[in-house]
Design a protein around this ligand. Structure first.
Ligand code: OXD
Ligand code: MN
Length: 597
């Protein structure tokens, strides 16, 4: 078999080595052409790997179902394989690289027998730009190829840009037996390598995304002086046509895609404000010559959660996904060959197959057992092209990226965090990111959920020690002379009955407007123990049915609750271990002292 598929000897040698391991029956280089993609779609449909949907209603859209034991990322089977255990840190799972290669080689051995190896050359960020990093993913799955064609920039121009260089991320994916006991998502940051085996679910197998653009990239960013973050990037244009950019980190399932594509509320729309989406999940940030942080979204598409997406919550995402999209694990409407998911509308299909491909009765839906009774899996997805997004920023393909005015951290807290507050500066802001947390929702029973610390929303995505990652944040603040201001928001404050107080969705722009006004020094604030909190009258609530008392409640800081939270923070820092920066302990002590006053 000819394994020389490129003119780059490093690429060819690596492919030859992987071919000896997985033993495919043939090799196909993915060239990024529409003809090749179309042929692969046809092949995937002929084998049942994908299904073509209604061409009139959903042009060029397809449905795929994963194995039922393979529907989400698997953090407990995700490993960072550095030579020294302490370099992976206490928060990551660690495996010795030699041991891991050996163990996984047995699982890969012969796993492509009778199958084709697809070689996908891809770029994260615009090919040839300063931000760009290149990868090659080897896979036995056409579904992976077609998803990568949407999510990244794939094609022969990537190989041209790579030239003779050995500087590319080597990704090997094999579905093998989709055996969850033998599923491994392993990262070798010291070798620029990612190995993923026994899964076919996007987050585990689209190696450009979480594996490369966050775990490997965060490691590279520390080495090279830039940042890879789990952040959306949003532009807000004022009536004069000036656009300011915000990047924001939220834990998974806190509405990141919705915020990234938000539609301004009427009060801003009528004055001529507009919003533009640059990215919904990942931001790479570099210090520009002007001392500001400049950000790009390294991806080229959206891998969004389908359930809950509708004309009200996120019309832009819905419209983006109406063509050229791959749906995974959603419900199939047999009457018209379209798709449906919980929260799309109140009209579930009567003649349908659920995400498992079984005949589905919507009347048996039970909120307490969604996985077994819903039409779409709760983590079902759409893979859609950024180019199809109605509010895509015209800077999306700008190789320089966009300058960031504000960084926003957010969590899901019932009582502790106010609607918004501003940190005292970069160091305190980084500390605020390090103490981010979300509560598991138990709103129905009114019970306050369990707190999961998710620093910078990066808990599952930092490719090295968390303490070192925090130190890198502090170091970046020193290099960036005009660093963004750092804020924290909480859309999820509840009343005593457990109902959300803040309307959320598009109305979150009202909070972002306060944030931008702070960045421009145009509005005052009240200094509290935790940071600067808005004066009630400075959040524009025109057109909302929300009282001054409610706003006061939303912006209040309960010192007793915060002091309690500090204990949890200290516990978490202990768990992170020795490399927690002293500056963060100093910030924690200062916070406790202010709260105790
Ligand atoms: C995602 C996640 O899929 O954060 O983006 O889990
Ligand atoms: Mn994410």
């Amino acid at each position: 078999m000819n394994t020389n598929v490129t003119s780059n000897k490093h690429v060819n040698e690596w492919i030859a080595e992987m071919v000896r391991l997985v033993k495919p029956s043939g090799i196909v280089l993915i060239d990024g052409s529409e003809e090749q993609a179309e042929a692969l779609r046809a092949e995937a449909c002929s084998t049942g790997e994908m299904m073509k949907l209604n061409e009139e209603k959903l042009p060029n859209c397809y449905l795929h179902r994963t194995a039922i034991n393979d529907v989400a990322r698997v953090e407990h089977r995700t490993f960072i394989c550095t030579r020294k255990r302490e370099d992976a840190g206490n928060i990551n799972n660690w495996m010795d690289p030699t041991e891991c290669y050996e163990k996984l080689s047995k699982l890969y051995d012969g796993s492509y027998k009778g199958k084709t190896m697809y070689v996908i050359p891809y770029s994260m960020s615009v090919v040839g730009s300063d931000f760009a990093k290149y990868g090659i993913e080897l896979t036995d799955s056409i579904y992976v190829v077609l998803n990568m064609l949407i999510m990244t920039r794939v094609g022969l121009n990537v190989l041209e840009a790579l030239g003779d260089s050995a500087d590319f991320i080597k990704g090997l994916h094999a579905r093998a037996d989709i055996d969850e006991e033998k599923r491994y998502i392993c990262h070798f940051p010291e070798d620029n390598t990612i190995w993923s085996v026994n899964s076919g679910y996007g987050g585990n197998v689209l190696l450009g995304k979480k594996c490369f653009a966050l775990r490997i990239a965060s490691y590279l960013g520390r080495k090279e002086g830039w940042m890879a973050e789990h952040m959306l990037i949003l532009g807000i244009e004022n009536p004069e046509g000036e656009v300011k950019y915000i990047s924001a980190a939220f834990p998974s399932a806190c509405g990141k895609t919705n915020l990234a594509m938000l539609i301004p509320p009427e009060v801003y729309k009528k004055r001529g404000y507009k919003t533009w989406c640059v990215g919904d999940d990942i931001a790479w940030l570099r210090v520009g010559k002007d001392g500001r942080l400049w950000a790009v979204n390294p991806e080229n598409g959206f891998f969004g959660v389908a359930p809950g997406t509708n004309e009200n919550s996120n019309p832009n995402a819905l419209h983006t996904a109406m063509k050229d999209t791959i749906f995974t694990n959603v419900c199939l409407n047999l009457d018209d060959n379209t798709v449906w998911w919980e929260g799309l509308d109140n009209n579930p299909p009567k003649n349908a197959l659920n995400w498992k491909g079984e005949s589905w009765d919507y009347r048996k839906y039970d909120k307490a057992d969604k996985v077994n009774t819903s039409g779409a899996h709760p983590n079902s997805r759409f893979t859609a092209m950024a180019a199809n997004c109605p509010c895509l920023s015209d800077k999306f393909n700008d190789p320089a990226g966009v300058p960031i005015s504000a960084i926003v951290f957010g969590g899901r807290r019932a009582k502790t965090a106010p609607l918004v507050y501003q940190s005292f500066g970069w160091q305190h802001g980084a500390f605020v990111g390090s103490i981010m947390a979300s509560e598991t929702t138990a709103a129905a029973s009114g019970a306050v959920g369990v707190v999961r610390r998710d620093p910078m929303a990066m808990r599952p995505f930092v490719g090295y020690d968390m303490g070192d990652y925090w130190a890198h944040w502090l170091a970046m603040g020193k290099v960036a002379a005009n660093a963004p201001k750092i804020f924290h928001v909480n859309w999820f404050r509840t009343d005593d009955e457990g109902h959300f107080i803040w309307p959320g969705f598009g109305d979150n722009m009202r909070v972002l407007m306060w944030i931008l006004a702070r960045c421009e020094g145009k509005v005052g604030a009240t200094e509290t123990a935790i940071g600067y909190v808005p004066n009630v009258e400075d959040i524009n609530v025109e057109g909302l049915d929300i009282s001054r008392e409610t706003m006061t409640e939303l912006l209040s800081v309960d010192k007793a609750l915060w002091l309690e939270d500090c204990k949890g923070i200290r516990e978490f820092y202990k768990q992170v271990g020795e490399r927690v920066p002293q500056e963060f302990y100093a910030e924690l002590e200062a916070l406790e002292a202010r709260l105790a006053k």
